[in-house]
Each structure stands twice: as C-alpha cells, then as structure tokens.
Design a protein. Sequence first.
Length: 484
Amino acid sequence: MGSNSAENHGTEGVGRRDLIRRSAALGLISVPTMSFLSACASSGGDDSGDKAKAGKKTAKNPLGVNDTAGMEFVLFDGGFGKEYAEDAVKIYEKNFPKVKVKFSATQKIQSTLQPRFNQGTPPDLVDNSGAEQMDMGILSSKDQLTDLTPLLDAPSYDDPDKKVRDTLRPGIVEMGQLDGDPVWIMYYAYTVYGVWYSQKALDSLDAEYPQTWDQMLAVCAKAKKKGMAGWTYAGKYPYYLPFSLYPMIGKVGGVEVLDAIDNLEPNAWKHPAVKACFEAYYELYKKGYVLKGTPGLDHIQSQTAWAQGKALFIPNGSWVENESASVIPKDFDLSVSAPTGLDSSDKLPFGTIWASGGEPFIVPAKAKNAAGGMEQLRIMLSEASSKNFTSKVKSLTAYNGGTDGITLTPGLKSGVAALELAGENVVNPRMQDWYVQLQKEKIGVSGLGEMMAGRLTPAEAIKKIQAFADETAKDDSVKHYKHQ
C-alpha cells in the first residue's frame, strides 16, 4: 500500500488545537514488540568518541556539517519509492564532495534498526515509517532522538532570510512535538484524507458530489440502479473508514468533539454528533449501498474494485493515486472531496477536511553525524526537492509550496483544490498516532468493521468503542496525550 497509508504509517505527537489552517500523508504505526521496548529501555551503547567533529558554520553550511564525515541515511521503502531521496542525497554529496553518503532503503525499519539503536550505532537519518515503524514515544522517552530545533531555526535552503520553520505548512512543527517544545519528528509528506471518486463516474450519473446525507443517499441510489455500489472500503482494515468519518464528526459536532475523543474523555463517543454519523454510515449498509463482499477485501482489492467502476466512493488518503496508478483508467478523472455532512445544522461548513503530515523522519540521538542528518533534511525541504517529490510520487510535502510550474495529476490537483476550499476548516484527529492499537484493532476492526458488516448496530458499536477508550484511559502502561 501507499507509503503513508494507515497500514504503514503513523507517529506520536501533541499539536496545538488541531483546527489548523493548512495550505495543502499518515497512517498508522505498528504496535512495537516487547524486544524493542526492552532494547530501547536500556538506551544502549556508548557514544563517546564516535561523534563526528563539528564543521565550520558558514552561510552555505549553517548547521556546521563536517565536510569530511560520512553520513548514513535509511529510508522506508514504501509507496513513495526511493528515487526522491536518492536525488536529495546526490545534492548532499555535491555540496560536500569529500563525503560519500551510505544510503539504503528497507521495509523492515524496526527489525533492521532495533539492534543498532540498542548498540548505540544508529544511522544519521531515518525515515521511521511502515508496518515496522519504531514507537516514537518510546524513542523519545529513552532519549533516543535528536531535537530538530536547530534545523528549524537554520536558514532555509532557498532563502537565507527565512528559517526552515517559516517555509513549512501550518501544523507540521506541532505534529513533531511530544509533550513540550522540542521537535523530535519532521513529517515530510503531506496527506489529504477524504472521499475519493471518479468525476467521470459521477458525471455519468448526472450528479454532483453530495454535500448533505440525503443527497449522498440519493446519489448512491442512482448508482445502484446502474449496477454500481455507492461505497467500498478496506474491509480487512476498517480503520480506513475514519479518513472520512472523523472529519464528518468534526463537521457535524465541531472540532471539540474530535478533541474529546483524542483526549479519551469519558462519554466522548456518546456525543450526539458521533451517534448521528455512525447512523449515517450504517444506513449505507442497511440500504445495500456498500459493494457486496467489501468486509473481506483488503486495501488493494477494494481500491481495484473502485478503480474498475464497481463502487463510486472510497475513503482514503492522497497516496491512493500513486498506489493505484496501475489500475486507475486514464480517463478516470480522480477526485477527492471533504466528507459529506448531515445537513445545514452542522457546526462547520462543507469543505471541512482532514489533512496532516506523514512520512516521519528522525535523527537519532546517538547518530555519529546528526548535523549531516539535519542538513539532508534541509536539502529535502528546499523548493527544488519538494517539487521533485511531488512530480514523482503525486503527493505534497511539508514545504509550503513546491507546486508552481508542475503539471498536477488529477488527484493531486483535486487535493489542492479541496484544501483551498477548506481554508481554516482543516482538522487533524490524533487518535491514529497517539493510540495505535486502540485505533486499529479496537475502534477500527472490532467497532467500525463489525458495524459496517452488519454485526453491530451503531448504538452497540458506540458502547463497545467507548469501553475500549475508557480501558485505554485507565491503563497506566499506556502514555496518554492531551490537546494543548
């Protein structure tokens, strides 16, 4: 699946109040194994004498990179591929001609790097992503991460009068924080979540994208008459459903409802907005508007069926364009929209959407060349590298821009338009990166998955999910987060 899909992604972090104005890719992390917990608990290794000596700080080398010290970069080899990173490495090597960067890509981040973190010999830069992503909270609590504030306060690659932090999309810095000011994570990709569809298919129904739920049901009824299901989703991974359901809840009840859910507040899931949205989605099942067999489909199978015109709508993230490129027809006219709301009584306007940072990069605390790792990120956050990424993988980056002069693909163009429509009404639920097991296995599989398969009513699903949330809130072994 896509490099920042829910199956492959996520991080931890506490942001400011997450109704953030954004101008322009997450997923979830896997539950870490006990061996990793034990390994990090030791903080292992001895870093004395291993650090590269600081280089001279100049206008072209503001972080003081040692121009003869090696640098090692390990990338997650996912849906975004590795070419964009290899291109950025070439720039690093051009700027520091005496240096050869050791670059590698793997899908097994944790099993590959766990022993090295334990031994105190990690790489200098890591794309900590994928199904084997290392737990950010544990890494931070065991002093395994470098504070990236020096990078953020350094002059940007393109304009020495602008700091790197001033070139980033709103919310990116806050997402990289954990309980305070230090920034431990730099999210490089920027993901738009929502309801994805073929504009061509919608036009064939002589319909517009529905803004109210009555309109949604009417469109689905039209599709059904033409032999097309209204919806499909990753039935085996039903935690994809929140990509459209969570922002719908925020639209209906306000961002404070999402905050309460993230904060594990008592009865947060019993809010009337949650009940109304659950009942709306359940109605899709009850009326037969969900593609038959969907509960048994994985993300690729559901996306393929959707691309083949068997279903009109699918909840997903902006990685879907790159991930499904081989099955999406050329005339598909891929589009994304913010979730349909209930009616005019909703707290937030139509266009309210979920968008946030993805593809989390870290510089290990015991890296031999931390300055080199941060310099590589500074290069990647330049306009040229951002444009290169966007051109090659059909996704936006954390750099606030990088689309001028690029012929945008249909999905990317639609995503940018959706963000422009949203304006300040961009939400960023944190459940999926603060409480991974709760989100994936309990809310997703045991709650939403069972409801959409018809095995739970909305009331039963809410009761079950609230119990899961309460259980997590009372679990002292789980680190708890709050919106600030």
